[in-house]
Design a protein around this ligand. Structure first.
Ligand SMILES: [Zn+2]
Length: 212
């Protein structure tokens, strides 16, 4: 699974994964990123908080959460101590803190580590965050729950792909006024719908969200 960005806006890498240096293991165990405008840190996937800590020596204020598909994610050097308690369930896009410079840090940045594990452990089962995070994905899905959508008084165009939906071209059908659809996912600003048309079940994407 490829996760969304931990930032809400563009960021850039300042230190690469496994870079050799004076770290305890002799290399950098995660990636460092710096935000451009919005320095809020959000969850990259749904999961549960497994560890939080106040200002420690190396990581400073940090939070660890385990994603629903079994990865442990660490954010280090947060500006202030994580407010969420251990055991809190979190959704992709939910705010977890703000980028800071606590601990062993010479300037505000986010240090992200991903491990393939049950519980987080220093240097254990490290994965390359760049292989799992799309740093340009800012999809906000935290507020979404699957539900029935009753269309309003105007027809709604339905598209086959998210790309077509965003470009509003090549529509494959219409959801008529007052028709209902099952809205099952929100992907990059487009809603995935299943609906029945002339007795058959169809599916597609629509951009309108007023009825959801
Ligand atoms: Zn780092």
């Amino acid at each position: 699974m490829i996760y969304r960005s931990p930032f809400r806006n563009k960021s850039r890498q300042t230190t690469a994964f496994k870079k050799q240096g004076s770290w305890k293991l002799g290399y950098h165990t995660g990636v460092d990123r710096v935000c451009d405008t919005d320095c809020t840190l959000v969850a990259i996937a749904d999961g549960i908080v497994t560890r939080t800590s106040g200002c420690g020596k190396s990581y400073g204020n940090h939070i660890v959460y385990r994603t629903d598909d079994g990865k442990c994610v660490l954010y280090a050097h947060l500006k202030s101590k994580a407010e969420l308690p251990v055991g809190a369930k979190i959704k992709a896009g939910q705010k977890l803190g703000t980028m800071g410079s606590t601990g062993n840090s010479s300037g505000a940045h986010l240090h992200v580590e991903i491990q393939d594990c049950e519980t987080w452990g220093y240097g254990k089962n490290l994965l390359d965050p760049n292989e799992f995070i799309n740093w340009n994905d800012f999809t906000q899905e935290s507020d979404f729950t699957a539900k029935t959508w009753k269309n309003g008084s105007t027809s709604e165009k339905v598209y086959q792909t998210v790309a077509d939906c965003k470009a509003k071209k090549n529509s494959i059908g219409l959801l008529l006024p007052g028709e209902t659809a099952q809205c099952t996912a929100l992907i990059d600003g487009c809603y995935l719908l299943t609906y029945s048309a002339a007795g058959t079940t169809k599916c597609g994407f629509a951009a309108y969200s007023g009825g959801v």
